[in-house]
Design a protein. Structure first.
Length: 326
C-alpha cells in the first residue's frame, strides 16, 4: 500500500538513502531538514521525482503535515557537528522528539526513532545487548548527544505507555558509505580523505580501540524492516555489523585499497571515547530476519569511489576559478 512518509533529517547521510529506498518502494516521501549537516547534494537526484517533497524546517519547532508514518532521524551524528552547538543537539533530541511524537499522536500513526549505540557510552559489557543500560558520562562533552538520545528513548517509551503510541526504536551502530560528509570527523571519512590526499592518518589513542562498521544499504534495510514489524514490538533493537575491527586495522585497509603513501600518526584519545563497540544483533536476526550482507572491504571500496568523485569535483571547481582569474 502506498504511504505518505515523513523522514526528518531526510537530506542527511542515512536519511537520504532511506528516502531513496522508500521512493523505490513506491511511497511518497516528505523530506524535512534544516540543512545543518544534511545537504541538497544528497537529495538532488530525487528532486524530479513527483513523489518527493522537501521542507526546510527545524523540528525543535512544531510541524503540521499530514502523513501516514514518521521516521525521526534528525540530529547531527558526528562529534564535530554535535559538539559545535551542544545545547541545540540536546534540543533536537528532546524538543524534536516531543514535536514528532505529538505529530504522530495527533495523526494516530506509527513513528520510528533513530537512536544510537552511543546510549551505551563506554560500555562495560561486550558485545552490547539491548538489555544493557549503558555507562555514560552525563556531564562530558559527548553527553549532549549520548544523553539526548537516551532522553529521546525515554520520551518514546513514555508516550508508548501513557498514550498507547505505536513506536519503533532502533539503536544504530557505526554506519558508513556514500554521502558521508567528507569533513564530519568520523573515522571512516577522516581516514579516506587523508589517504586520498596522501596525508598522515590521524589515529586517536593507540588504535587498539574497536568499532563495528555497517554499510549504509544494510542499515537502511534494517531500519525499514524494523518499521514494518507487527504492532506491539517496540524495540529497542540494535542495528549494526557484529564484525569487530580495530581502528588500526581499518587504517591499514584504507591505505591498502587507496594505494596511499600515508602513514599513521597517533594523537591523544578524546574524552569518553568508547574503547570497544560491537552490537549483539540476535534480536534483529530473530525479529527482523536481518543481518548485514556487505563485507567491510567491499563497502569501503564503494565509499572511497564516492570520495574520489567529490575530490575531482572540488578540483574541477578550483580549475574553473583559476581559469577565470587568468
Amino acid at each position: 500500500m502506498k504511504k505518505r512518509i515523513l523522514v526528518t533529517g531526510g537530506a542527511g547521510f542515512i536519511g537520504s538513502h532511506l528516502s531513496e529506498k522508500l521512493l523505490g518502494d513506491g511511497h511518497e516521501v516528505v523530506c524535512v531538514d534544516n540543512f545543518f549537516t544534511g545537504t541538497k547534494d544528497n537529495i538532488k537526484h530525487l528532486l524530479e521525482n513527483h513523489n518527493f517533497e522537501i521542507v526546510r524546517h527545524d523540528i525543535c519547532f512544531p510541524l503540521y503535515v499530514e502523513v501516514d508514518e514518521v521516521y525521526n532521524l534528525a540530529c547531527p551524528a558526528s562529534p564535530i557537528h554535535y559538539q559545535f552547538d551542544p545545547v541545540q543537539t540536546t534540543k533536537v533530541n528532546v524538543l524534536g522528539s516531543i514535536n514528532m511524537l505529538g505529530l504522530a499522536k495527533r495523526l494516530k500513526i506509527r513513528i520510528f526513532q533513530a537512536s544510537t549505540s552511543e546510549v551505551y557510552g563506554n560500555p562495560t559489557v561486550h558485545p552490547q545487548t539491548e538489555t544493557y543500560w549503558g555507562h555514560v558520562n552525563t556531564i562530558g562533552p559527548r553527553a549532549c548527544y549520548d544523553e539526548g538520545k537516551r532522553c529521546a528513548e525515554t520520551l518514546f517509551f513514555d508516550y508508548y505507555r501513557q498514550h498507547k503510541m505505536d513506536i519503533k526504536v532502533a539503536r544504530i551502530f557505526n554506519t558508513y558509505g556514500p554521502r558521508m560528509h567528507p569533513n564530519d570527523g568520523r573515522v571512516v571519512s577522516n581516514f579516506i580523505m587523508q589517504a586520498l590526499h596522501n596525508k598522515d592518518i590521524s589515529v586517536f589513542g593507540d588504535g587498539s580501540q574497536t568499532r563495528s562498521f555497517c554499510y549504509v544499504d544494510d542499515m537502511v534495510e534494517g531500519i525499514t524492516r524494523m518499521m514494518n514489524t507487527p504492532k506491539g514490538f517496540t524495540g529497542p533493537v540494535n542495528l549494526g555489523n557484529p564484525s569487530e575491527v580495530s581502528i588500526l586495522e581499518l587504517g591499514r585497509l584504507i591505505i591498502a585499497i587507496t594505494g596511499s603513501s600515508s602513514r599513521m600518526i597517533y594523537k591523544p584519545l578524546p574524552q569518553d571515547d568508547p574503547e570497544r563497540r560491537r552490537p549483539n544483533i540476535t534480536l534483529a536476526q530473530e525479529k527482523l530476519g536481518w543481518e548485514p550482507t556487505v563485507a567491510l572491504e567491499d563497502g569501503i571500496r564503494k565509499t572511497i569511489e564516492y570520495f574520489e568523485e567529490i575530490i575531482k569535483a572540488q578540483e574541477g571547481k578550483k580549475a574553473k576559478v583559476h581559469f577565470k582569474v587568468l
